[in-house]
Design a protein around this ligand. Sequence first.
Ligand SMILES: *[C@@H]1O[C@H](CO)[C@@H](O)[C@H](O)[C@H]1NC(C)=O
Ligand SMILES: *[C@@H]1O[C@H](CO)[C@@H](O)[C@H](O)[C@H]1NC(C)=O
Length: 196
Amino acid sequence: MDRRTLVLLLNSLWIVYVSGYVPLTLTDCGSTANRLLNIQGNTVDYPIEIPGHVKARGTVDILHDVQPDRYTLNVTVEKWIVFNYFTLPCVSNVGSCSYDVCDLLGKFEGRGGCPWQLVESNFPCMCPFSNATHTLQPLPFYIPEVQGIWSWIAFGDFRVTGTLYDNVLSEIVNCYQLEFTVQRKPIVIEDFWGWW
Ligand SMILES: *[C@@H]1O[C@H](CO)[C@@H](O)[C@H](O)[C@H]1NC(C)=O
Ligand SMILES: *[C@@H]1O[C@H](CO)[C@@H](O)[C@H](O)[C@H]1NC(C)=O
């Protein structure tokens, strides 16, 4: 196979690869009279491309006051591999993990405070906070390049389920499921030729 054929072949494989993605969907998977949140949202640009900026807009309606030690967030991250969803483990607090909501927000403190995108949108980054409706402005969050083994995990179709458990009421008060596709930022053809 000569070089030109190889390039054409790689390009056509690339097009097949980048053209398939699942629509972005946010599903409410919980129903209780004691729900804590109502979330509505969407990303501005889709599918999500890495490296790149993701802009999301939405509203988060917090229906009750949030006190420390009260809420536990369980996250399940599943990735579609060939024919089925597989659950990714929890590694260094990333993946399918369990968090105390206030501890999670508290991590911002050690990293230079609340991200500016959340500050601009008046999102609370520290517990306790009161019930209120917050509107997320469509500001860009940068997602950096992923390398090594992570690049195998980072691209593809994902399903993330978050359940919120109320330790006082001893019940799940919220469940949301998000399905989305993450793509590698497409390579411009001129750059591609430049590799040879
Ligand atoms: C949350 O996850 C932890 C650890 O995986 C598990 O022990 C716990 O039962 C889960 N809680 C709920 C409410 O699903
Ligand atoms: C917060 O909750 C109280 C009591 O339920 C309610 O009267 C008030 O309107 C709520 N405030 C907001 C901003 O939702």
